[in-house]
Design a protein around this ligand. Structure first.
Ligand code: DC
Length: 451
């Protein structure tokens, strides 16, 4: 398996690490993991369950009903506690204090550490926190420790709370005292206290602007590993999501081909409206299906392809550039599962052809169980989709397409696994109902648009 690159940024509150980590991750096209948000989400969960002062055993039980994920990038980033959007709640003062308190507990730290490691398994990441370079990823490729003068940090926290969270009645003195108390707790706790990790580059941000810090860190990253970091995959973006220039070019060339040489229609685009992870589940009838869906989707999508297609160096390069990942076995094998889940947890949209076998008469066949697993573990909605016409334009046994035929891509209303689970409460039953519903949706799209 490819080794993912880890860049850690540690430092005290208001040292600038969050803003810098976000921007550095964007610049390097890495995932941004805000570990403080995990501790904050746990604090909120404990508060809601009223177990803040409970024994370790009770905390373990409380953690068994905790699930956290995030979607989107930058300003669009949303944090979820058991599927509920808690982005706003996470930043309030009470949760800031509670997270600092609960993070001294051994059960909490070990749980949060495992969770952070699992997030960083699949992607290059910029991780920020208090112990990311010392405890969570001591083997990180590059480590930074940001610090700033306490007066400057209090000033930053003061304006952040006022501007973003409307705490108009807060005084500078209160913020000052608050920050000192949190610093004390973070620095003096027994478990994973805030330290400058071994091998980390210390950066004093007191008199630096955010762009100066980001430029400095980017320079250091590139200096340390010039070859591995020299060429990020993504240079372009489409509707707010990063993609390669080749992705855009391929989309444009296929789009032009469909429009000039076929009667090409796209229906149901309104089903794409939310910026959140989704699986596009489609029937599969021809080699034209993936490019048809890629062109029809109003957002950047990712897709899986048979490893056999990656034989030549050109194909391997091109497929990689257009967000297509090689799979060897069935779509519910472990490697595929990990790849798809990692993409969904990053808030991406993934195209999947979930039919177990191909129907000879054009009817949609029962779907693989893996689809329900992706929707469940990846916290993703499923957008049912249908391609109509490519089976005539390019049948499986033909090399060249028949021109001037009708091609339609249709998207249906999303199906939410979690809602079905809430209704029926039993996982096995919920998965069955979910798969049947998606299959029926795809079938009704085909029936609706086939003429
Ligand atoms: O970075 P932050 O302010 O969002 O973090 C909230 C609290 O979580 C912080 O007071 C200490 C704790 N924390 C921690 O102990 N270890 C981390 N890696 C990140 C945060």
């Amino acid at each position: 398996m490819k080794k993912c690159i880890k860049v850690t940024i540690d430092g005290p509150s208001a040292s600038g690490k969050s803003t810098v980590a976000k921007k550095l991750a964007k610049k390097l096209s890495y995932m941004h993991l805000d570990t403080g948000a995990i501790y904050r989400a746990i604090a909120l969960h404990f508060k809601e369950l009223n177990v803040l002062d409970a024994s370790d055993d009770k905390l373990k039980v409380a953690l068994s009903s905790f699930s956290y994920h995030f979607t989107g990038y930058d300003e669009n980033k949303r944090h979820y506690l058991n599927d509920r959007d808690i982005t706003q709640e996470l930043r309030c003062r009470e949760i800031s204090d509670l997270s600092s308190i609960i993070s001294t507990n051994v059960v909490v730290r070990s749980f949060a550490t495992d969770l952070q490691r699992s997030f960083a398994e699949q992607f290059n990441v910029v991780v920020e926190g208090r112990d990311t370079g010392s405890v969570v990823f001591p083997d990180a490729d590059i480590k930074f420790y940001l610090d700033a003068d306490p007066i400057e940090r209090a000033k930053r926290r003061f304006s952040e709370l006022k501007a973003k969270h409307g705490y108009q009645d807060l005084t500078k003195e209160e913020i000052d005292a608050d920050l000192k108390e949190r610093d004390n707790r973070d620095l003096k706790r027994e478990l994973s206290p805030l330290v400058c990790p071994e091998g980390a580059l210390k950066v004093d941000t007191t008199s630096l602007t955010v762009s100066q810090i980001v430029a400095k860190l980017t320079y250091e990253v590139k200096k340390k590993a010039p070859l591995r970091f020299a060429s990020p995959t993504y240079y372009c973006s489409y509707k707010g999501k990063k993609c390669s220039f080749m992705y855009l070019l391929t989309k444009w060339v296929f789009g032009a081909y469909f429009k000039i040489f076929h009667t090409y229609k796209v229906e149901g685009l309104e089903n794409f409206k939310n910026d959140c992870p989704a699986i596009i589940a489609c029937n599969h009838v021809s080699f034209l299906d993936p490019p048809m869906l890629g062109c029809a989707s109003p957002e950047v999508i990712h897709c899986l392809a048979k490893r056999a297609l990656y034989k030549s160096r050109f194909m391997s390069w091109w497929l990689h550039k257009i967000n297509t990942y090689p799979v060897s076995g069935a779509s519910d094998d472990k490697t595929v599962m990990k790849k798809v889940l990692a993409l969904l947890l990053k808030g991406e949209k993934v195209l999947i052809f979930p039919e177990g076998t191909r129907g000879k008469d054009g009817t949609v066949q029962p779907l693989r169980k893996g689809l329900a697993l992706f929707a469940d573990k990846g916290k993703a909605k499923v957008i049912p989709a249908a391609v109509i016409g490519p089976e005539h334009a390019l049948p499986v046994n033909k090399k060249f397409p028949k021109l001037f035929t009708k091609l339609t891509v249709a998207f249906g209303p999303p199906v939410y696994y979690r809602e079905i689970l809430k209704e029926v409460k039993d996982k096995k039953k919920a998965r069955e109902i979910f798969l049947e519903r998606v299959q029926n949706e795809i079938q009704s799209l085909i029936d609706k648009y086939k003429n």
